[in-house]
Each structure stands twice: as C-alpha cells, then as structure tokens.
Design a binder for this molecule. Structure first.
Ligand code: NDP
Length: 329
C-alpha cells in the first residue's frame, strides 16, 4: 500500500515510518507546513516527495495517510483524505472538539474508507494479557482500577503541548484519551461520569500539566487516573482489582514495548509472561486486516471519538468543580 505522511512530526520520524515500512508498505510523500521541514524529513527518511500542501498528493497513487500534525489540523486532513478515498490512520486526540471528531468519523464512513485512531497502548502485551485474564474471569467481580500515567514531557516536545490551547495542548487531551481507550479495551465500557481536578505546576502556560480524575462506569467499576507531564521519575502503572484477584502492570503505558505484569490471587503473586511486540507495527498490521474486511483490534474512528468525549468531560469537570456526565455524540 502507498502511504503519505501528513505532518513532519516527531512521532512520525521516531515510530511510524518504520512501523509502516515493516508491514511492507511504501511511503511516497511527506507533507509539512514548512518546505524546509518537509525536505529535511524526506531526506532523513528517504521519502521521494517533500510537499507543502495535501493537494499536491493528487496523482501520486496514495492509498492511505498517516495524520500526525497538531490536533487542530487533524479534521481538515482527515476530511480531505476521505474525499480522496484514502484510508486514514489519525493521531489522538482526534480533534480539539467533539463536533470536529464527529465530522471526521462521518466523512470516513460516508467515503467507505477505514479510519483508525492511533491508540497504540491497547496493543501493549500487558494490555492484551490483562484482557485475556479478565475474559477468563480471573479477577472475579472487578470493582476498581488505578491508572498512573504521568510522565516527563521531553524538552524537545515542550512546545505547543504546553502553550497552545488552539492546537489542542494540555495533558488531558494528550494523555486522558489514551487512558479512556486502554480502559475501554480492557473493561469493555466507557465511563458514564467523571470528577476531575487539574493544575498547572509551572511547566505549562495557560493550561494544565497535571490532572487527576475519578471515572465511574455503568457496571459499578470506579477508576482513578493520573495524567502528568511533569514527573521525570514516575513509572507508569495500571492496576485492576476484583474480589478474586488483582492485576498490576508496571511500565506498560509507554511507546516502547515492555514492562511487567503480575497476577495476585489466593494462590499467590505470579509474573505473567508477556509476548512483547512493536505496538505501532501492530496498529499498521491491524489496519491492513480492517482494509481486507477482517476482524481487527485497532481503535477505530468511533473509539477515538469516545476517548475524546471522556477527555472533554475531564476538562469540563475540572472547570466546573462538579461531577460531569460524559457526553458521547
Ligand atoms: P510534534 O510537535 O513533533 O509535531 C507536530 C507538528 O508540529 C508537526 O506536524 C510539524 O508541523 C510541527 N513541528 C514539528 N517540529 C517542529 C519544529 N521544530 N518547529 C516548528 N514546528 C514543528 O508533535 P508530536 O509528534 O509529538 O505529536 C504529533 C501528533 O501525534 C499529535 O496529535 C500527538 O497527540 C500525537 N502523538 C501520538 C502518540 C501516540 O503514541 N499515539 C505519541 C506522540 C504524539 P508540519 O507538519 O507542518 O511540519
């Protein structure tokens, strides 16, 4: 399949170029708002066409696009790709508003193209192993989740994410969407209500760099989630607790494969073996399956939309200082 990259972004260069090529696909073009950045990216990654507008993709035989420009630009890029009958792999958060994300999902559905949201974490081996344990009822009745997803935003990424609300900055849009998707993958449901507090500890300008929230699910499960940009020494954790067992994943909310997973039951605490694999390569492989019409495990456009709805409810709750219902379009 022939791909174009829309966005000369860090994640495209660090992970997605290799992930796309690992599936045997070809990247024919990169589009950037800056000719210099497009050329530098194309030269570094051996891509034939360095372009400054998506209109220039016409005639290149592009069948799929990977969209990783800033969050405010995703909508226009997705809608254009759908109109050109190109399959879409779009970065998260899908957009900065639910209305925009809804239009994106509709455009892809109407065009009959596959739309994937790049929620890579559900492909982590520990997530997959947790889901298997949950499906075997190994934890009994699940009551609680504790999720700690606070990281340190590296210096080279301390730009729009910390200062540009219009571009979709802030830790909630950046990380809470991943957490909503991971928990939906594991629990099979999205929260109905959230209660949140956010703060700016000095890293961000005019927005939050930390968020803590409680999420309530229709099944009665309650989840505690921590999102942060400002904790250089924190490890990520995901714990799921039931009346017959607990799962504890450590170091599993990351871009690289790895981490560990323990299952505790009345027979003791044991490490579960992890079938580690590149998360982004799994996204691309699953996208191929979806295009072939086969079952696949990716987050689709609707999943990206629901994850965004959760993040928006977290922001709303932090602003109103009230528990808020999640508004799913
Ligand atoms: P970057 O800041 O690296 O890139 C975003 C855009 O910023 C680029 O498309 C580029 O615009 C512009 N840009 C890049 N470098 C520069 C520069 N030196 N000077 C000026 N502008 C620059 O962001 P990320 O790669 O971190 O994130 C991109 C998207 O991917 C976001 O939606 C983010 O949420 C998502 N993401 C997803 C991850 C995942 O695991 N699923 C992980 C990390 C990010 P242009 O294209 O015009 O050149």
């Amino acid at each position: 399949m022939k791909w174009a990259l829309v966005g000369a972004s860090t994640i495209a260069g660090q992970w997605m170029v290799d992930a796309i090529r690992a599936s045997g696909d070809e990247i024919v073009a990169v589009v950037s708002g800056s000719a210099e950045r497009a050329q530098a990216f194309a030269a570094q990654h051996h891509i034939a066409h360095a372009l400054t507008t998506e209109a220039q993709l016409d005639g290149l035989g592009v069948q799929a696009v990977y969209i990783s420009n800033t969050n405010d630009k995703h909508e226009a890029s997705v809608v254009r790709a759908a109109a050109a009958a190109q399959h879409v792999l779009c970065e998260k958060p899908l957009a900065v508003s639910l209305e925009a994300a809804h239009r994106m999902v509709q455009a892809c559905a109407q065009a009959g193209v596959v739309m994937v949201t790049n929620h890579h974490l559900r492909h982590n081996a520990a997530h997959r192993a947790m889901r298997e344990q949950l499906s075997k009822q190994a934890l009994g009745r699940v009551s609680a989740v504790r999720l700690s997803h606070s990281v340190y935003l590296p210096q080279h990424l301390q730009g729009w994410r910390l200062s540009d609300k219009g571009a979709g900055g802030g830790v909630v849009l950046d990380i809470a969407v991943h957490n909503a998707d991971s928990l939906a993958f594991l629990l099979g449901e999205y929260p109905t209500h959230v209660c949140a507090m956010t703060s700016n500890t000095g890293m961000a300008k005019g927005m939050e760099d930390t968020a803590m929230s409680l999420w309530q699910y229709a099944s009665g499960i309650t989840a505690f989630t921590h999102q942060g940009f400002n904790t250089p020494f924190a490890q990520t954790h995901l714990q799921i607790h039931g009346d017959k067992g607990s799962l504890h994943g450590a170091g599993i909310l990351t871009q690289a494969p790895g981490g560990s997973l323990e299952l505790s039951t009345d027979s003791g605490t044991h490490d579960l073996p992890l079938d580690n694999d590149n998360l982004y390569q799994r996204v691309v492989r699953n996208m191929h399956a979806a295009i072939r019409g086969e079952p696949h495990a990716n987050a689709d456009g609707a999943a990206g939309l629901r994850a965004l709805a959760v993040a928006q409810a977290v922001l709303k709750s932090a602003a109103s200082q009230q528990t808020e219902a999640v508004d799913y379009p």
